[in-house]
Design a binder for this molecule. Sequence first.
Ligand SMILES: Cc1cc2nc3c(=O)[nH]c(=O)nc-3n(C[C@H](O)[C@H](O)[C@H](O)COP(=O)(O)OP(=O)(O)OC[C@H]3O[C@@H](n4cnc5c(N)ncnc54)[C@H](O)[C@@H]3O)c2cc1C
Length: 277
Amino acid sequence: MHITDIMQGNSPTFSFEFFPPRTPEAADTLYRTIRDLESYMPDFVDPIPHLTCICHNEEEIEAVLLRYAKSAIGNILALGGDRPTGMAYDQSRDSFRHAIDLVKFIRRFNDSGAHPDRRGFGIGVAGFPEGHPTTPNRLLEMDYFRAKVHAGADYIITQLFFDNDDFLDFRERCALAGIHIPIIAGIMPITSIGGLKRMAELAGGARFPAKLLRALQHCQDDPDMVRRVGIQYALEQCHGLLENDVAGIHFYTLNRSDATRLIFDSLGIRRDRNPEA
Ligand SMILES: Cc1cc2nc3c(=O)[nH]c(=O)nc-3n(C[C@H](O)[C@H](O)[C@H](O)COP(=O)(O)OP(=O)(O)OC[C@H]3O[C@@H](n4cnc5c(N)ncnc54)[C@H](O)[C@@H]3O)c2cc1C
C-alpha cells in the first residue's frame, strides 16, 4: 500500500518513526516502544526504508530495490543522505549525487514491473521548512526541490522544526512553486537538554525559537521539568498544525514511547479511528 492511499482515507495521518537499533538492549527498548504505541493505531510506521545516495552505486541500489520489491515493501524515502563520519568515504564511488537522481531511478525501476504492486514503490522525499544548510540561496533551493518532487515524488516528510510558521510558510512556498503533493510535518518533542544539543548537531541549521529556549531556561536543568516543557511545546505545535489542516504529523520517537503517548493522549485522538491500519 502506498502512503498516499492511506492519506486518502485518513487525513490528517499520524505516524511514528523508529530507527534500526544497534545493540540487543536497544532492540528490547524498540520492541517495548512499538508495543506501547501499537494501541494508538498509527496510520503508518516505518518499514519505509530510507534509501540514500551515499556509499551506493547503481547496481547496489538496483539490488536493494529488487530485495525490497520481493519483500513487498510499498514505499521508499529517497534521500541524498549525510556524509558518514568516522570512516573513509569516497564520493566518486557513488552513482547518484542528489535525491532527485534516486527518485528518477526508482521511477524507472517502477516502470520495469518488478514490484508486485503494478505502480511500484510509493516515493517520499525530505523537505526542509527552514531551508537546507548546503544551499543557502533559498530561491535556488526551491528550484532544486521542485525538480526533485516533479521527478516523481508522491509525498514529502519534513525535517523537524520548532516554529509552525516555518512549516506553514514552506507549505505556501511549495504551493506557489506548483508542488501539490501531501506535506507531512516532522515533530520531535524535546525530552532533555542533551537531546536538544544532539538535535542541534544532527539537524544542522535547525532554529530554536526564543519562546522554546526561554521555557527551557526556566527549568533550571531540572530533567523532569525540561521533559514536561518539551512535551507541552510539541503538543502546542501539534494543535497549531491540526488547526491549519496539516496533511499528517510524523513523530520522531527516537525509539521511545512516553513523550509520543502523552501527546497523543492530550490531543484526544481516538484510538479506534483506523481499525484497518
Ligand atoms: C524525514 C527525513 C529523514 C531522513 N533520514 C535520513 C537517513 O535515514 N539517513 C541519512 O543519512 N540522512 C537522513 N536524513 C537527512 C538527509 O539525508 C540530509 O539532510 C541530506 O543532507 C539532504 O537530503 P535530501 O534528501 O534533501 O537531499 P537532496 O535533495 O539531494 O538535497 C541535498 C542538498 O543538495 C541541494 N541540491 C539538490 N539538487 C541539487 C543540484 N542539482 N545541484 C546542486 N545542489 C543540489 C539541495 O538544495 C540540498 O541543499 C533525513 C532527513 C529527513 C528530513
